[in-house]
Write a protein that binds this ligand. Structure first.
Ligand SMILES: [Zn+2]
Length: 340
């Protein structure tokens, strides 16, 4: 009860999240259980050490930590375990709908197959009520287009597990998107929605490529769009939603401070912006915390925050009917207009 009384507006308002990686959103307690399951790690003997590991200076250190963590995800059961913990975390934060991505290519070395991974994840998600989580399969730029096509085929076979789309994460700075164009064409033909990380670890050209080569519906991050006036105009005219992840960009040193994040300019120009956490456990952030920070540090009004939440519904891969119901559900929730 004490906790309920002190919940801020940002925590109690219903929310959606569109850019969150399951493997980057493992609650640290659940991850530590997996570390112990696989014999422990001498450098990480306790939770305090685990928290310390998740502090990084730049993108390279972040990627190293990402890979370190993945070695403790070896069996299908591990994915059921983390999916359940993830969904419980969403429910606690009143995130009612999420599109979570997972990256099968990172686990091929443990002989884990994409379709069975999706099954294991769905089994964990099903244990939690009150939150609707749909899946996005990350085809991972670092793999070959042939491997990505094989993953896509498995995603199609497992589509009844609420796989709604495909994405393209991985090493944006060294793996261009263009070779994956045929994979994305096939994904669309199969009925999948599409998104791709772009303009995060590489510049505006990478966003152009995601739009022109992959023809994606949304851009993951899109931060570097700020460098290209023609691109900003195109994003605005075509109403391409950006999956903006403020703290993630700060922690990987993409922006020097939140005040210097181009988000405010994106909003002022009328771009479609959604707010997300990316890898909340790894960056120590929450969706409520992101929204609160935008008001306190960037001066967004409460009305603008509500608009960002609704923008998340509009940019989601739900059907139009589902979006309509969600908007009604959110805007009639007592927390929506609560004066907190
Ligand atoms: Zn991401």
């Amino acid at each position: 009860m004490a906790e309920a009384r002190t919940r801020s507006w940002f925590e109690s308002v219903p929310k959606v999240e569109l850019h969150v990686h399951l493997e980057g959103a493992i609650p640290l307690g659940a991850l530590f259980e997996l570390v112990k399951k696989y014999g422990g790690d001498p450098q990480t003997p306790n939770m305090q050490a685990l928290v310390g590991r998740f502090r990084y200076r730049d993108f390279a250190t972040f990627i190293d930590t990402w890979a370190w963590k993945n070695q403790f995800l070896r069996e299908y059961d591990d994915f059921t375990h983390i999916a359940e913990a993830f969904a419980r975390g969403l429910a606690r934060q009143n995130i009612r709908y999420a599109e979570a991505s997972f990256s099968p290519a990172d686990f091929a070395r443990f002989k884990l197959e994409p379709a069975r991974l999706a099954e294991a994840i769905r089994a964990g998600l099903k244990r939690v009520s009150g939150v609707d989580v749909r899946l996005i399969v990350d085809l991972v730029r670092d793999s070959t287009p042939d491997d990505a096509m094989a993953t896509l085929q498995q995603a199609y076979d497992a589509r009844e597990l609420d796989i709604v789309g495909v994405g393209l994460g991985g090493s944006e700075q060294s793996c261009p998107a263009a070779p994956f164009a045929p994979v994305f064409t096939e994904a669309r033909r199969m009925g999948f929605h599409t998104t791709a990380h772009a303009g995060e670890a590489a510049g505006a050209d990478s966003i152009w490529s995601a739009l022109n080569d992959l023809k994606v519906e949304r851009i993951g991050h899109g931060t570097r769009a700020i460098d290209d006036e023609a691109l900003l105009r195109t994003l605005e005219e075509r109403k391409i939603p950006l999956e903006v992840c403020p703290t993630s960009n700060l922690r990987t040193a993409l922006v020097p401070s939140i005040e210097e994040h181009p988000l405010r300019q994106f909003i002022a120009r009328g771009l479609t912006v959604t707010i997300n956490t990316d890898d909340p456990s790894m960056f120590g952030c929450t969706l409520a915390g992101e929204l609160a920070m935008l008001e306190t540090r960037l001066g967004l009004s409460r009305q603008q925050t509500r608009a960002l939440i609704l923008s998340g519904i509009a940019a989601s891969f739900m059907t139009d009917k589902e979006k309509h119901h969600r908007v009604l559900e959110f805007t009639t929730d007592p927390a929506w207009t609560a004066n907190l």
